[in-house]
Design a protein around this ligand. Sequence first.
Ligand SMILES: Nc1ncnc2c1ncn2[C@@H]1O[C@H](COP(=O)(O)OP(=O)(O)O)[C@@H](O)[C@H]1O
Ligand SMILES: [Mg+2]
Length: 245
Amino acid sequence: MEPVILDNAAAMARLRAGLAQRGMDNIPAGPVADEPSPDEPGHPEYHRRHRAEWALARWTTATPPRYRRADATHPDVQQWADDVATDPETAGSLLLTGTTGTGKTYQAYGALRRIAAAGPSVYEVVSITAADMYGRLRPKGSDRGMEEELKRLCRVPLLLLDDLGSAKASEWTEEVTYRLINERYNACRPSLYTSNLPARAAVDGHGQPVGPDLASALGERIVSRLSEDTRVVAMTGHDRRRPAP
Ligand SMILES: Nc1ncnc2c1ncn2[C@@H]1O[C@H](COP(=O)(O)OP(=O)(O)O)[C@@H](O)[C@H]1O
Ligand SMILES: [Mg+2]
């Protein structure tokens, strides 16, 4: 249909009168705001919120009940989580160290929750303790078989490996841990490690470590690989599982 051009004063007057009758004569002229609002599809914030809802639901089902209230309160942990949410390829990894009960696992699940809440484009996480991982990687430890299981842990976009260095070490545990950490490092996939041991213990006057550390528990090359892209956060404080001293 041809558009009707209102170039005629009488026609304009009739139109105004018609609009006035309907109470529509006070609508200001100007550009129409037809951009979607944050509550409508098409707005980036709308889609981010949906991704966050979905990721938080995944986080909840993947998190043990004890840590469902976990919150990343440590500023360095918050920063790492924000960096992962912004760009997982450049964020690097995080190692939380500290004695039992200082809140490492709590901060770790809190970090995973914070990443989910940011509404990342990909949210796929595996959380496992190092001891359970070695169990799954042993012959008959999983249906997939060792190589497939290791591949899954190497390829998952985000990995929480809890209590590194606590399981009894052997040449085999050192080898699979190195393969995992090295492959994730090469692929720039962020990982979150926790350990009761410091990465490297202080040394005495003879250059000998004064206590146990990850380097002696897992092997020097693993700690050296970790040192290349991993932020270390030392958790301090009393054992939260016991009454405060
Ligand atoms: N900031 C915190 N606020 C409340 N509870 C916490 C906090 N940090 C840890 N906890 C609780 O204290 C206990 C020990 O923390 P956890 O993270 O398991 O310690 P770790 O892994 O260092 O051994 C857990 O029950 C945990 O839920
Ligand atoms: Mg723990």
